[in-house]
Design a protein around this ligand. Structure first.
Ligand code: 4NP
Length: 165
């Protein structure tokens, strides 16, 4: 089993969207029993909250139902996850502050999988933005999630039988 964790600040906008999107891509490939996906936030502002309504409606517009309760990233996550995928530099720094001396988890930037905007590190935070910013966020995440899943499949030689996406 490959365990993937998406991390943002509040765990109500970017990372639950990435989680929902990635879960759908994984399910479409028939890989539910080989890849598990979760999300977390580095801050505790929204613990237990459902994703932001604006992200829920953006996701719904793309046929994705978000179902996650916000939780805070913790040191224990380094033992649970193979990939910890962060949205921006502050997420990266907050995650790295907690990294144990020995950890096999790969901490990576989501946008390292974006093939359109090379050199851009961050998935912009839409929280204080417009509905258009939420839509842009979705498209960035979709492109990154597709490339990320492709890389996982190639790196571990998963035999994906279904290929409708
Ligand atoms: P997220 O967005 O990190 O993508 O979930 C935010 C959500 C809440 C806040 C900031 C960013 N906040 O300041 O409450």
């Amino acid at each position: 089993m490959i365990n993937v964790l998406f991390v943002c600040l509040g765990n109500i906008c970017r990372s639950p969207m990435a989680e929902g999107l990635f879960k759908k891509l994984v399910a479409d490939k028939g890989l539910n029993n080989q890849i598990s996906t979760d999300s977390a936030g580095t801050a505790s502002y929204h613990l237990g909250h459902q994703p932001d309504k604006r992200m829920v409606s953006t996701a719904a517009g793309h046929g994705i139902k978000l179902n996650h309760m916000a939780r805070q990233f913790s040191k224990a996550d380094f033992n649970e996850f193979d990939y910890i995928v962060v949205m921006d530099e502050s997420n990266y720094n907050n995650v790295m502050k907690l990294i144990p001396t020995k950890s096999n988890a790969k901490v990576i930037y989501m946008r390292s999988y974006d093939d359109y905007v090379l050199g851009v590190k961050e998935v912009p935070d839409p929280y204080y933005g417009t509905m258009e910013d939420f839509q842009t966020c979705y498209y960035i995440l979709e492109s990154c999630c597709r490339n990320f899943l492709k890389e996982i499949i190639e790196s571990i030689g998963i035999n994906n039988t279904s290929s409708n996406s």
